[in-house]
Design a protein around this ligand. Sequence first.
Ligand SMILES: [Zn+2]
Length: 279
Amino acid sequence: MKILLNILLALLLLVSCGEATQETAEAQNSVVKQNILPTKLSAKDSIPKNTNMDLLEEDFSIEYIMGQFDPTTHKDFVEISTQYAESKGMYLRKDTYEAFKKMYAAAQKAGHKMVIRSATRPFNHQKRIWEGKWNGNRLVDGKNLSKTIKKPLPRALKILEYSSMPSTSRHHWGTDFDINDFENEYFESGDGKKLYDWLLQHAASYGFCQPYTAKGQNRPEGYFEEKWHWSYLPVATPLTRQAKEKLTDDMIKGFKGSEMAKEIEVVRKYILGINQECL
Ligand SMILES: [Zn+2]
């Protein structure tokens, strides 16, 4: 009995010590946090905080996430005026379009010109792009990949530098678009650089983010950098989260090379391998 009591006593002591250690750790942590936070914040001061981040709490269907719908008849979509787009027949979500128009007006006021080159692309549109590159009808870096890369895995990886597998593109969602030029160099000098610098300063305050930033330590996986591609986070963030929950690599099918999706881990590396500021 005495032994049992001793064991109980010892246990009680251990538990209370554990709690005390935890509390101390938490207290220390908060001190550390208080010390670290101001420097962290000041380092980020140059990036405007997103003021338009009420996320759309909608449960999107897997068909929507995978681009299996027609934006020309979908109630949430609208055709972009040729005032903003380089040609007719491009669509965005209405919420994204409204936010874009506000950002466009502000950019114009600051002396910058934006034109949408590509917007919503449903599954079949993305399939034409992907299979064109797969078959060699669309050249990649000036090359016919069906001749230069015979093996399916490296061929898929080459296309994935800049193009999504159908079912996995943010362009399916109506929240993402490409502006002005499909070369990063355009955004690195002259008017392109002025616009890009303006976007880095102001796009977030309209809800927009560049998902495909330079690859490196902070973004080890996914597409190459695309300074032309911008995303409307209040809708795209819930969509990214829901894609993570609902979409798996084995659901990606219906086009040439789709059997590579699983080996590549397309969902994890390409859908989720985006700029962390866009999550
Ligand atoms: Zn794009």
